[in-house]
Design a binder for this molecule. Sequence first.
Ligand code: AMP
Length: 215
Amino acid sequence: MHLILFGAPGVGKGTQAKKISEEFGIPQISTGDMLREAVRNKTELGKQAEAIMARGELISDRIMLNLIKDRISRPDCANGLILDGFPRTIPQAEGLTGLMDELSLPKFTCIEITAPEEEIIQRLTIRMTCSRCGKDYNPAIAPLPKDMKCTVCGGDIIARKDDNEDTIRNRLKVYQEQTAQVKDYYIARGAFFSVNGNREVNEVYRSIHDIISNL
Ligand code: AMP
């Protein structure tokens, strides 16, 4: 099963990708998480990416395609994978199609998650995230751990640098200008579905599950 979870920042791609990953035993590949790890480890990529990410802009297609090629060639992707946050531009989508041919991968199915912009801004402004494993915490759904340590890995729970209102608005603008048209690319390839993400997490998951079950 080769899936792309598509949609604006904050629609719940990461949350849903983790649930699919757990149930179907295929890895969630979040390019945002990979880049944040590179920033934490102060690698060459991390040093290049840090300021761009803090502004809410996109890392170059060439860098992203190299990163994704390396990641999806690993053995844990042999039975499938879930892309979360990639592709984010038409050249990335075209590059991924090229990789499918090069690596003999089956066709990717793109599942879009939607939510109104004001709901997204509200969600991202209060979102907290584990600085080590990337688990998201939503104080509107459940209180944060008192010690602010991640319940999964013990890492510090913090607000992501790009989860402030100015950067959130810029990320949404970048999404409209550079990412939204990726949807048309997958519609044209007959591999596109859309679910309403403005519902409770398990309800959204049920819709995604129905789509996956019928693939
Ligand atoms: P995310 O965690 O998916 O919201 O990504 C956080 C940030 O990482 C984005 O705002 C971009 O700066 C960068 N990023 C993640 N994925 C990509 C991608 N596929 N192409 C370019 N930049 C990306």
